[in-house]
Design a binder for this molecule. Structure first.
Ligand code: BGC
Length: 264
């Protein structure tokens, strides 16, 4: 996938910098991003997610994040959020305050920051970031990006186009949500050694997504991708599986690029 500003025919009006904000269960992280390269232009700033993670509380933190950076006046804001989002509205929410269901996130963010904003699912942002700037940037075909963290996030990119809100972490596995058994947090909660997790619930999950989607490449992100040597070689699927490259910055870079693409 190529970035729209790396092309020599770019017009001078195209957005060069956007602020990416990634909202997670424990931290809200942000940084200004160079849209041509995906590089963070300052050290990322992290604010802990409030225990009571309501729309008002999170909106206030997003405003604080925007004010923290000295941004160009035309820099848009892209927000990655851990839920499916249809036309700005949260459809359901697994790992933040339940009051988010039905809320228009795009409105909450634009009211909080008074700039152009664009919102998307957190795994979609990470996948978009990896496809534009990271592990999958040279790849064509069907790319599945999975983020293993508190839940399991998914991004499906088919010939450079993101198919949003795939929510493959909620596929049914053993009668429940797959993410409840196969996420990184469930490995810790169930005190599973890496090999037991990889050969058990993770293999079952990967076999299922491989069977359903026949991807050309699977990229795995989330905190556990740092320790990929401990479990990735144990997985057996038909396509290559590689670790994410941008690690914790994928969501920030992807959200910023999405905002630049959709607003600029
Ligand atoms: C949510 C997804 C999110 C994933 C990772 C899931 O529980 O439903 O929208 O992408 O967690 O945060």
């Amino acid at each position: 996938m190529s970035t729209h500003t790396s092309d020599s025919s770019s017009t001078p009006n195209q957005v060069k910098v956007a602020l990416g904000i990634d909202i997670g269960g424990t931290g809200i992280k942000g940084a200004p991003v160079d849209i041509a390269t995906g590089e963070l232009l300052s050290k990322r700033h992290r604010i802990p997610t409030p225990e009571n993670s309501t729309p008002d509380a999170v909106g206030a933190i997003i405003a604080e994040m925007v004010n923290y950076f000295d941004l160009p006046s035309d820099a848009p804001v892209g927000v990655a959020f851990p839920a499916p989002i249809r036309h700005g509205v949260i459809k359901f929410i697994a790992n933040l305050d339940k009051s988010w269901k039905g809320v228009n996130l795009e409105e909450v963010v634009s009211q909080a920051v008074g700039r152009s904003v664009s919102v998307l699912n957190d795994a979609d942002a990470a996948g978009y970031g990896e496809a534009l700037y990271g592990a999958a940037k040279e790849e064509e075909g069907t790319i599945l990006v999975l983020t293993l963290g508190t839940g399991i996030g998914s991004a499906l990119i088919v010939n450079d186009t993101l198919v949003p809100n795939t929510e493959f972490g909620h596929l049914e596995m053993n009668g429940g949500d797959a993410e409840k058994e196969a996420s990184a947090v469930s490995r810790e909660r169930n005190e599973l050694d890496w090999d037991v997790w990889a050969n058990g619930p993770l293999q079952q999950y990967f076999s299922m997504v491989d069977m359903l989607l026949s991807p050309d490449l699977i990229v795995v992100g989330g905190g556990v991708s740092k320790a990929h040597e401990k479990w990735m070689p144990l997985l057996n699927v038909e396509c290559p599986i590689i670790p994410a490259e941008l690690r914790n910055n994928a969501g920030i870079a992807g959200a910023a690029a999405w905002a630049a693409e959709h607003i600029g």
